[in-house]
Write a protein that binds this ligand. Sequence first.
Ligand SMILES: C[S@@+](CC[C@H](N)C(=O)[O-])C[C@H]1O[C@@H](n2cnc3c(N)ncnc32)[C@H](O)[C@@H]1O
Length: 386
Amino acid sequence: MANVNLSAAKRAKYDEFYTQYRDIEKEISAYLDYDPHVFRGKTILLPCDDPEWSNFTRYFAQNFERFGLKKLISTSYAADSKTYSDAYQPTLFETADPKFDRGKTTLNGKIFTLTGDRTGDREINIDDLEWDYLDGDGDFRSAEVTRLRDESDMIITNPPFSLFREFLAWIVETDKQFVIIGNLNAITYKEVFPLIKDDIIWLGNGFQAGNAYFFTPNTDNYAEGVFNPETGLVKFRNVCWFTNLDHGRRHQPLPLMTMEDNLKFSKHKQIRGKASYDRYDNYDAIEVPFTDAIPSDYDGVMGVPISFLDKYNPEQFEIMGMCENLDLYNMKTKVYTTEQCKQAYFAKFGKPGTYDLNASGVIEKNGLLEKVYQRILIQHRRGSAK
Ligand SMILES: C[S@@+](CC[C@H](N)C(=O)[O-])C[C@H]1O[C@@H](n2cnc3c(N)ncnc32)[C@H](O)[C@@H]1O
């Protein structure tokens, strides 16, 4: 099966992708393994959800007692506001309820709450949910949903991919705990990276190799092989969880070899057999193109791929900054002139153009200036390099 990436979904402004139960279970288990009481007494808000379609509400309702939750609130977005345009059919769950309102069914969002055993069967589960229409369409940015955010302790969801920046900003403007799904590339957003750098937010336990499979009601509109009609799943690459809840994997040290051993034995032919690691021309740092090639004994700054963050242990490493145009982290040792960018382009491609050297780390290769991929600049925590 081929895959689609979240930025393609973002371009299409298409947001109907539903998270699998087992992915939610696996992620949440990582926080529980680290702290079995992490949800005890908490009010959890699941915004941008829809219990009729999605598994977040189902999962937390089923585990309400085991987790010791105080209250579960989930809100859904009005059918008419969704970009998915097929004719909306309210479910029996809604139409059979005396609250059903034909005028509201497509225009209003819904709110579902769970506080205890409503059915009297001595079990707390999805059947105990109470629901009603919201006054508005359930947009997370509305005053109505923002009030629900403010009364909650935690926010957990897979937010609309097209509004990820806004959604994260909406969370971090409060002091709430959260676990949300996003694209790994969001790490480099100027609103996100400073939070990662300062250990205010981090990556969660994660999907298998960053590949996530979401259910979708949209069965057309995909390039061949992207959507599997048998399972109803679409594959996305580079998907991760962002959180400020602690988990065990975050504290496992990354096993590393010394620089000398890497140069002799690394499995990567770009490293093995070289006399030394490349140094950037525009940062006082070495270029480390693979996370598993980070030398254990190098004291200085190292440029590493953004996927390093999946292995980042704050006791082992410190994040110093990122290679980017604006030098937001004051780490550049050189800014190239427009003329130098033009010369570098001509030297590399043999035709006129501009090579935006200031956007990334630059190494010299065979006498040419070469930009490297997006890099995060890290350093071993003082004393941890050995
Ligand atoms: C990626 S889906 C995830 C759904 C569900 N949370 C899950 O993981 O199964 C995002 C959901 O957010 C809804 N949505 C889109 N824009 C929204 C907004 N501004 N406010 C609230 N929800 C929105 C979409 O209709 C969609 O159902």
